[in-house]
Structure formats: structure tokens, C-alpha cells
Design a protein around this ligand. Structure first.
Ligand code: AMP
Ligand code: TRP
Length: 329
């Protein structure tokens, strides 16, 4: 099984990213043949960015993934822009992508609504680049959080259309969305997903937050006026904390409910804070050791890119030939 996933380079990955995605990357690295993880700097330029900051954010995210447990000898970790095949395949796949489908993408609607100056064509094209990321490697499985479901559906559609028109060349990938924690909610506004761009600062726990900050954020999480410790549609705040607790402790949601049956919300929040601090502490510590050595980070990314390029280049040869692009071999 070939695994592929991408993650945006930012200096501030949050608990939702960690639980929804990064945890799955680490778990998948030995099942992948290979497992391929890409830091998507080309996606990052679909909204305003600062060039120097972007480079530094790639290093931040690389260090975080290594600190979380990705091992360059067990998976393939690279920077998207180092493998130019992604850009070329984006254009080729654009010829098979329906404008109407792109126009229906929730993430585009949400992000374009927030732009003050420019809604770039790049933002509209974002899902085509994402399709190219995955299809270039003929990946079978794409570990992501719930918010990426529609993007994966679109890449399946593009692969299907390609294969129908030009013969079996690309693989229709399946998403892998975790059973618990596919959508971690903002602690202050539990109707919205946790997010560094759209959420509240106090309701967003960063993987690298200091333990006291994590504790404060979780203890001040918004709950409901009841007192029962159970999941339910009318109890979004508590449901979210139960999910977080289950993942941090590696148990089921039912186990959390029965263990804390009868406890007050205050005590429960204290216990969740403790569990999350313990869950994130080793990552934060390793990050501090790894992040300063930028040459080592570049070396790891460079080695990953070389292996990635070899796979993507092969796909591109077949795609170009099938589409009638370039001279006949
Ligand atoms: P991004 O930082 O936008 O590149 O997202 C990286 C990964 O984190 C993607 O697979 C997302 O689906 C996942 N993700 C983002 N926000 C959340 C959240 N609140 N809960 C669970 N997963 C999330
Ligand atoms: N769009 C994804 C996100 O915001 C990141 C991403 C880019 C990705 N390319 C990908 C995810 C390919 C999975 C596969 O989280």
C-alpha cells in the first residue's frame, strides 16, 4: 500500500493537526510502501505570504514532523517545490478538471471569503495541485482530517476521468480519516473546527505551547450548562474534550465516559489538561533539539526529494505519453 499526505508549512501546528493527521503519518510509516509525506510550500502561496517566513516555516514543520516520530529511513519526507513534477502535473490535470467542481469546493469558499486584497487564481486551483501531489505517486491511501474529504473525492474523480479517457494510468486514492479526532473543535467555540487561521487563540492548543499555556487553554474550555459527562450533539464542548482525552490516553471514548462518570466538568478539564501536556511534552522537547540544525533539516528534505522525484518522474512520462504531450519516445 502506498501512502501519501501533505501538510502546510506553518510555524504553529495545533492539536487538531496533530490528532487528525500527524499521528496517523507516524503510525502509517511502516505500512507504507513507501509512506510519502510532503510539506506543501506551493499550496502556502495561494494566500498572502512572506518569502523568508515561508522558508523558515518549512523548517519548523519539518522539525515538528521529525519530533513527532517520522524517521527519514522509514518514510519519505520532502518539500513539494523540490519536485517540479507536481507543478507540471497540475497543469496537465487541469485539462481534466471541471471548473464547476472547483467552484463547489468548501475550502475555496471559506478561504476566498476571508481574503482582503486578492483572491488568487492559485487559491481556486489549490485542489488541482493537491490532486497532482497524490496522483504523481499513484498512492492508494491518503491520511487526512475530515476537512479534506471533498478534496480527496475530487482527486478520485480526476483520476477516474483520466483513466477512462487515456487508459489505466493513475490510481484512485482512498482517504483515511481517523475514527476519533478527525475534527477537533475550537475550545472556545466548539461549533467550529480548531484552526490557526479561523479559530480563537485561546481555543487553539498549539503542539509547541508551553505546558502552562496548554493547561490554561484546556481549563478554560467552553462546555455546557449541564453536568453529565457524555457525548452528544447538544454537548459539543464536552464531546470534543472526550475525543481529545481518548486520543491523548490511547483509550476509547466509552472508557473516558465511564472513568469520569460523576466527575464535575472542572475536574475533568484538569485531567484532560494533564493528559494533553503529557501527550505533547516529548514532541516539544525533541523539537527543541532538532529545530536549530537547519543543515540537517535541509539534508533530510533533500534526500527525500531525490527519492520522490524518481517516482513522480516515472508517472509523468506515462501521463505525457498518454496525453500526446511532447515528442513520441
Ligand atoms: P494543514 O495544516 O491545513 O495542512 O492541515 C494538515 C492536516 O491536519 C490535514 O490532514 C487536515 O485535515 C488536518 N486538520 C486540520 N485541522 C484539523 C482539526 N481541527 N481536526 C482534525 N484534523 C485537522
Ligand atoms: N490541503 C491539505 C490541507 O490543507 C494539504 C495537502 C496538500 C494535502 N496536498 C495534499 C493533503 C495531498 C493530502 C494529500 O490540509
Amino acid at each position: 500500500m502506498r501512502i501519501f499526505s501533505g501538510i502546510q508549512p506553518t510555524g504553529s501546528k495545533h492539536l487538531g493537526n496533530y490528532i487528525g493527521a500527524i499521528r496517523q503519518y507516524v503510525e502509517g510509516q511502516d505500512d507504507g510502501d513507501p509512506a510519502i509525506y510532503c510539506i506543501v510550500d506551493l499550496h502556502a502561496i495561494t494566500v498572502p505570504w512572506d518569502p523568508a517566513e515561508l522558508r523558515s516555516n518549512v523548517h519548523d514543520t519539518t522539525a515538528l514532523l521529525l519530533a513527532a516520530g517520522l524517521a527519514p529511513e522509514r518514510c519519505l519526507l520532502f518539500r513539494q517545490s523540490d519536485v517540479r513534477e507536481h507543478s507540471e502535473l497540475t497543469w496537465l490535470l487541469a485539462a481534466l478538471t471541471a471548473w464547476g467542481d472547483l467552484n463547489r469546493m468548501h475550502q475555496f469558499k471559506e478561504k476566498s471569503g476571508k481574503q482582503r486584497e486578492l483572491v488568487s487564481a492559485g487559491l481556486f486551483f489549490y485542489p488541482v495541485l493537491q490532486a497532482a501531489d497524490v496522483l504523481a505517486y499513484r498512492a492508494d491511501t491518503v491520511p487526512v482530517g475530515e476537512d479534506q474529504r471533498q478534496h480527496i473525492e475530487l482527486m478520485r474523480e480526476i483520476a477516474r476521468r483520466f483513466n477512462e479517457r487515456f487508459g489505466e494510468t493513475l490510481v484512485e486514492p482512498e482517504h483515511r480519516i481517523p475514527e476519533i479526532g478527525a475534527r477537533i473543535m475550537d475550545l472556545q467555540e466548539p461549533a467550529n473546527k480548531m484552526s490557526t487561521t479561523g479559530g480563537t487563540e485561546q481555543g487553539t492548543v498549539l503542539v509547541l505551547d508551553e505546558p502552562e499555556v496548554v493547561t490554561k487553554k484546556i481549563k478554560s474550555a467552553v462546555t455546557d450548562s449541564g453536568s453529565e459527562l457524555r457525548r452528544g450533539p447538544d454537548k459539543q464542548g464536552i464531546t470534543n474534550l472526550i475525543d481529545v482525552m481518548a486520543v491523548a490516553r490511547g483509550v476509547t471514548q466509552e472508557q473516558v465516559e465511564s472513568e469520569f462518570d460523576g466527575s464535575g466538568y472542572g475536574d475533568f478539564k484538569g485531567a484532560v489538561a494533564e493528559a494533553v501536556v503529557e501527550f505533547l511534552a516529548p514532541v516539544r522537547q525533541r523539537y527543541q533539539e532538532i529545530r536549530p540544525d537547519e543543515q540537517a533539516l535541509e539534508d533530510a528534505l533533500g534526500a527525500g526529494a531525490e527519492k520522490a522525484r524518481a517516482i513522480a518522474a516515472e508517472t509523468l512520462v506515462e501521463v505525457r505519453a498518454a496525453m500526446g504531450i511532447g515528442s513520441a519516445a
